[in-house]
Design a protein around this ligand. Structure first.
Ligand code: HPA
Ligand code: ZN
Length: 322
């Protein structure tokens, strides 16, 4: 019998990246949206990426099937069902409002739909949940500000803001003002940095945006002084091993720097990013790196414990999980 998955928190998960081909086809039919693929197998065969942008092109295209509150609730329910089976007890879930409002879907539809599934997640799935609203860094700073203002009536449902999409050429400093407003509104802050972009983007995210966690962060390894700082300040890094291989940030899982990151004293967590596209949910990531990097049980337990240390939880709740 396979071992029971370790209890863990998932902190780097794009809800739109959990859209499985079967659900995409069902929603396409329900909403009268034409997909440029005849079958789920044909769609799956398009999941061969050369870099971040080649993935993002498909990721945004497939979102056309998400239109109603029910669609967003169903998407989140499907993720939570899978996450529960993978040992997830707490999930901090990214969503990309601009990818939906640009298609004419109101931000309230997105947030209320997701919230409907999340509000009941503890009772139905045994998973505590938070929402993290991400800004698309390849859109303008003004678009991020408009999005933040449109989300004001819903901020009680949002735990943090984040930054994702095409990284290179879109440094964190472009989003100084919207992160300032988010901090003023009492929200936590995170940002993707050092996935494809340089180590300086990690430093900027910390110093200009005031982020509390770095999503990915792999390229910190190119700057020893930054590694030393991240370790000293206990800044969590939400690492996504299968994503890193699929998007060619790392050649092979066996070459993944996760072990080196742990040895450098970094607070590393393991996450799935966009599991429908990258070949596995969070425990599949744990299993894959265990095998590829020959991690022992103690290291796996450390990674799972790190996920709760890195989560936006109050100390009492954190203690209950650990
Ligand atoms: N990086 C940047 N943007 C994203 C990702 C990612 O891994 N997944 C979804 N949007
Ligand atoms: Zn991501």
């Amino acid at each position: 019998m396979p071992a029971k998955p370790l209890p863990k928190a998932e902190l780097h998960l794009h809800i739109e990246g959990t859209l499985e081909p079967e659900l995409a086809f069902a929603l396409a039919e329900r909403n009268g949206v034409a997909l440029p693929y005849a079958t789920t197998a044909e769609l799956r065969s398009a999941y061969s990426f050369t870099d971040l942008q080649s993935f993002l092109d498909l990721y945004y295209a497939l979102m056309a099937v998400l239109r109603t509150e029910d669609d967003f609730a169903e998407l989140a329910d499907a993720y939570l069902t899978r996450a529960a089976a993978q040992g997830v007890r707490h999930a901090e879930i990214f969503f990309d409002p601009q990818a939906h409002t640009a298609r004419g879907v109101p931000i309230g539809t997105v947030i209320e739909g997701l919230a409907r599934a999340l509000d009941d997640s503890e009772r139905r799935y045994g998973i505590g949940t938070r929402l993290i609203m991400c800004f698309l860094r390849d859109e303008s700073a003004d678009s991020a500000l408009e999005t933040f203002e449109a989300a004001r009536p819903y901020l009680h449902r949002i735990c943090a803001v984040g930054l994702d999409s095409a990284e290179v050429g879109n440094p964190p400093s472009k989003f100084r003002e919207v992160f300032r407003r988010a901090a003023e509104a009492g929200l936590h802050r995170v940002a993707h940095a050092g996935e494809e972009g340089p180590a300086e983007y990690i430093t900027e995210a910390l110093d200009v945006l005031g982020v509390e966690r770095i999503d990915h962060g792999l390229r910190c390894l190119e700057d020893p002084a930054l590694v030393e700082r991240l370790a000293r300040e206990r800044v969590p890094l939400t690492v996504c091993p299968l994503s890193n291989v699929r998007l060619r940030c790392v050649d092979r899982l066996a070459d993944h720097p996760l072990r080196a990151m742990l040895e450098a004293g970094l607070l590393v967590t393991v996450n799935s990013d966009d599991p429908s596209y990258f070949g596995g949910y969070v425990d599949d990531n744990f299993t894959a790196i265990r095998d590829a990097l020959r991690l022992d049980d103690e290291t796996l337990r450390l990674l799972a414990a790190n996920s709760f240390h890195a989560a936006f939880l109050d100390d009492r709740t954190r203690r209950d999980y650990l």
